[in-house]
Design a protein around this ligand. Structure first.
Ligand SMILES: Nc1nc2c(ncn2[C@@H]2O[C@H](COP(=O)(O)OP(=O)(O)OP(=O)(O)O)[C@@H](O)[C@H]2O)c(=O)[nH]1
Ligand SMILES: [Mg+2]
Length: 314
């Protein structure tokens, strides 16, 4: 058995890179991997939805991009036999073992959305992955529009998030990106059309990833990038991922949501009730707090209600 990292998955066919020789092979998941009996302390035993209990059960396992696996090098098909414990994982995009995630948003086309940014931050905080907010297409705003935009987003920097502004066509803002990506496993994620593949192409022109005008993409109602793939870059790896139009909160409990609005932690000790959910409890120090960006509180309430009523966001 040898160790490898999965760098690509298309239609059940994996590309794996052997960690010792750096050779790249095609591979498939071994049949016996698909059904695994779990103990309570198995590393696969993560809660998939807030309604599942952690207990002994048989689950279907699929290796995903970023997984470190053991494969059988004596078999010419090099089947994946075992998935090693994951440091972290996401389901949208579907990757494991990453150091950081670049949340890419465009200023326009598609329009920036606070709601989507807050959804994304919640899921990434829950997965314990470091987010870096990157705003693309800064060239689509005038200087004064950009200034206003930056001022609004400044709140996220104040609460501790890193934000960078780029124009991938002219490679503006790329010096800092190159440093961010160095020696790290990074995922570029975001709505369809924000320019994920364009940004990665600008860093590595030889890749020639397929990109597409947003109007064409929306017209066809589909995404240009259809699979997740890791590319080698400056001692690290960068994943291009398919875009999405909505995220899912089904892995969250309403009562844990507040933990992932990171700035709430600073204020919560001053709520009258220790287990305050900041919805309509008397003496809440968050729901009307003027130091918190109003859209953060509004989105928190929206997400809370949606999770609580177990409906989907939107
Ligand atoms: N003006 C401007 N256009 C950009 C910039 N970055 C990307 N674009 C354009 O945005 C469109 C969509 O880019 P893609 O790279 O295909 O977007 P994507 O995020 O990979 O989309 P999916 O693969 O569908 O998720 C293309 O027409 C790009 O040329 C930018 O910084 N400025
Ligand atoms: Mg793409």
């Amino acid at each position: 058995m040898k160790k490898a990292k999965i760098i690509k998955l298309i239609g059940g066919l994996y590309s794996i890179v052997d960690l010792q020789t750096n050779e790249i092979f095609d591979s498939r998941a071994s049949g016996k991997l698909r059904y695994v009996r779990l103990d309570e302390d198995s590393h696969y035993n993560v809660q998939k939805t807030h309604r599942t209990k952690l207990d002994k059960k048989i689950v279907t396992l699929s290796p995903k991009v970023g997984d470190i696996v053991l494969y059988d090098d004596s078999d010419e098909n090099r089947p994946i036999q075992e998935i090693l414990p994951r440091k972290n994982e996401l389901t949208r995009p579907d990757v494991a073992n990453v150091d950081q995630i670049l949340l890419l948003f465009s200023t326009k086309e598609p329009n920036f959305s606070f709601n989507l940014l807050d959804q994304f931050l919640v899921l990434v905080e829950k997965a314990r992955i470091k987010p870096i907010i990157v705003i693309s297409k800064k060239d689509l705003l005038t200087d004064s529009e950009l200034e206003t935009f930056k001022k609004t987003l400044n709140y996220y920097e104040q609460i501790g998030y890193e934000i960078h502004y780029v124009n991938s066509h002219e490679k503006i803002g790329f010096d800092v990106l190159k440093t961010i990506f160095k020696d790290k496993v990074s995922v570029v994620a975001g709505q369809t059309g924000v320019g994920k593949s364009t940004l990665i192409n600008a860093l590595m022109p030889d890749l020639n990833l397929k990109t597409q005008e947003i109007s064409d993409a929306l017209g066809r109602g589909r995404h240009t990038t259809r699979h997740t793939e890791l590319f080698f870059y400056r001692g690290g790896l960068i994943a291009d991922t398919p875009g999405f139009s909505k995220l899912e909160f089904n892995i969250l409990n309403a009562s844990e949501l507040k933990d992932y609005f990171i700035e709430f932690n600073k204020y919560k000790d001053f709520c009258r009730f220790k287990d305050c959910n900041h919805i309509h409890e008397p003496g809440c120090n968050i729901k009307d707090n003027e130091e918190i960006l109003p859209s953060r509180i509004e989105n928190y309430h929206k997400f809370y209600e949606e999770i609580d009523s177990k409906k989907e966001i939107y």
